[in-house]
Design a protein around this ligand. Structure first.
Ligand SMILES: [Zn+2]
Length: 271
């Protein structure tokens, strides 16, 4: 099984992925039938997706089916833990666009910090404490990577918009942006808090929510209703009281202070 870093161009990656999918063919569980292909997709290809890691959160398997319009082509779909499925474009994972290139360049720039952390920490998941030698452990940002990027970007008015590619085909900052890159590198070194996670725990982790994208919560004003008098038989007074009814000593009547639905249903009108 090859790795994406074995290829020089995006075209080569695309051809390789296509030939791989053709050899797999129609398949409803790549994880069980083609475990090596599954690892390649989950660990190598899908992390390049523009909506990673959200796109593959909760994924438990991957399937492949003929494209509904072009039956010679296959489309990849993700199987979530609740059984639902979601299409994923492997082309998106290969080509990547400009906004993702910036995020990609932020990631590539701190790769050696990630490797250094991995080198001095044993392969034990910080959450479930599993230590399976045969699986690939991830380095995760406890204080989210996306948040670090978000905070760092706030310090600048403009940031690079064009990038180079490294030998692994990953986006990197151009030479003229070295100053920006160094500032990010140091910012990350100071602020990032890392941990080792197994893939399952990594995917289960709650995602960071971009505060600029959170919809404002509309607070509905609760209308306060007027009291409603009740007809409560003496034998039921404790029950009514427990449900919020009050006693008016002047009128010698029970009432629902704010027309509480439950009280009205039981003790108002037709009883
Ligand atoms: Zn774990």
């Amino acid at each position: 099984m090859k790795k994406i870093c074995d290829f020089k161009t995006k075209k080569e990656i695309e051809m390789y992925v296509k030939s791989l999918l053709t050899s797999v063919g129609n398949c409803n569980s790549i994880r069980t039938k083609w475990p090596e292909v599954y690892s390649f997709l989950m660990d190598d290809l899908f992390p390049r997706h523009s909506d990673y890691p959200n796109k593959i959160s909760d994924v438990v398997d991957v399937g492949l089916r003929p494209n509904s319009t072009n039956h010679k082509a296959f489309e990849v779909y993700l199987i979530k833990s609740d059984g639902s499925i979601d299409a994923i474009s492997y082309i998106n994972c290969i080509t990547q666009n400009a906004k993702d290139e910036l995020n990609g360049a932020f990631r590539t720039a701190i790769t050696d910090q990630i490797y250094a952390f991995k080198a001095i920490n044993s392969n034990t998941c910080n959450i479930c404490k599993c230590d399976d030698k045969s699986i690939n452990y991830h380095v995760d940002h406890i204080n989210y990577f996306e948040k670090l990027v978000y905070d760092f970007k706030k310090l600048y008015e403009i940031y690079p918009t064009t990038f180079d590619s490294d030998y692994d085909n990953r986006p990197v900052f151009k030479f003229e942006d070295s100053d920006f890159k160094d500032k990010w590198y140091n910012y990350h070194k100071i602020h990032a808090t890392l941990q080792i996670l197994c893939r399952a725990c990594n995917l289960k982790r709650k995602k960071w929510v971009n505060p600029d994208k959170v919809k404002p919560v509309v607070i509905k004003e609760k209308k306060i209703l007027d009291p409603v008098y009740l007809t409560v038989p003496y034998s039921q007074k404790d029950e009514a009281k427990a449900l919020g009814a009050r006693w008016n000593p002047t009128l010698k009547k029970w009432y629902a202070p704010h027309a509480e639905e439950e009280l009205i249903k039981r003790w108002c009108g037709n009883s």
